[in-house]
Ligand binder design. Sequence first.
Ligand code: R7I
Ligand code: MG
Ligand code: MG
Ligand code: MG
Length: 399
Amino acid sequence: MVSRISRFHGSLVGAVVGDCIGAVFEEAWLPGINIDRVLRQVEKIEADNVSSNSQVISESQNEDRQPRKIYKFTDDTAMARSVAASLIEENGLNVKDMARRFSEEYFKEPWRGYGGNICLNFQALKESNYLDPFGPASRQFGGHGSYGNGGAMRIAPAALFAFRKQMDLQKLRELVEPITKLTHTHPHAVQGAMLESLAVNLALKTDCLDPDQFIDYLCDKMKIVEDMVEEERRVARADNTDSPDAKRAKEEIDDDKDEETDNDKDEMRNQLSYSEKLEKIRTYIKQELQPDTKEIIEVLGTDISALNSVPAAVYAFLRATKEIKGIQDRNPFEKTIIYAISLGGDTDTIATMAGAIAGAYYGIEEVPKSWQEACEGVADALQYATRLYDLPIEHQAMQ
Ligand code: R7I
Ligand code: MG
Ligand code: MG
Ligand code: MG
């Protein structure tokens, strides 16, 4: 059986290698990538070759070997590291500390490939000296907040923390929701971070994976989460409409209103919810023949929004338990990452989320050493995982 510490290491390192390797393809924003092409990239990493490559921005020297390429992590890992560091240092959630870490990290290395609008958020947080850590995010995009996947992509350390503290669904939500709302207040972003954290948390405690049971659990929990998030939003709207703060915020939002286009509204109306997408995944994994990439892109989505990327990451993890042509000789962790990237679109983020789930189930032993050596930030991820694992257990209500 895979030890728990190996799973902690596997999850955070899995997230890092998914980000670093996925980032090679992110900018191309391809609608699906031939699996052989992804495989060739992975083989290149494994062969440790020295040819020039635009993703390579630093080199490290091995004693007898030629200079080795290091694949840089992106914003996904940069933000996950802040989540981990804050939870560890505070032994709990301190939103101002976390907001400060996000923002300082961004201003230190703004070139990590951050989402287009999140940067304004960091600027506003810094200017207000983090006095209102949720304010700037809540005023973005006409007041409904970003629906980007930036909340879900960084949440794995919180899932490990929640596992250590034996949190139930309610406690998990009290942790994940504020972490997400520091930058993303849209319900889809919050629900997406919940789905990713539930999947990592479940993978950590699953000893013998049954894809049907795995998806059943997530489906049940996400139905509850969707109801809770919607209800809270409805109550907040009803409570807030008359307060002076709300009036001031509304003025700022109105200035911003043109950001929410009719296109956005149309898109929202046509989308399946998370639990509906999980139902689709349930159907897929029961089938003999798995759907092709085109169908996954159309039904689950592979873009920058949380709703159109977190389900694809969950599916990649489950898909890797089945035959995938061209990569059958690879272990299931490797299959998860290669398949996740082959879906195209937001490759670093889908691969980081899938990697966090797969690593939490298969453990660090299944993450190839050559990948670990080639990706920046692996040593830190191992340390963060150890420190999360070593946090004191506090008994909270178990389900
Ligand atoms: O979500 P976020 O942190 O971006 C994460 C992505 C990952 O792929 C990373 O790897 C990195 O490449 O970026 O950043 P946000 O700026 O909050 O959201 C990302 C983008 O989603 C925005 O720049 C918008 O283009 C789009 N977006 C929206 N567009 C219209 N209406 C997010 N929310 C909205 C919206 O409400
Ligand atoms: Mg990124
Ligand atoms: Mg990007
Ligand atoms: Mg991305």
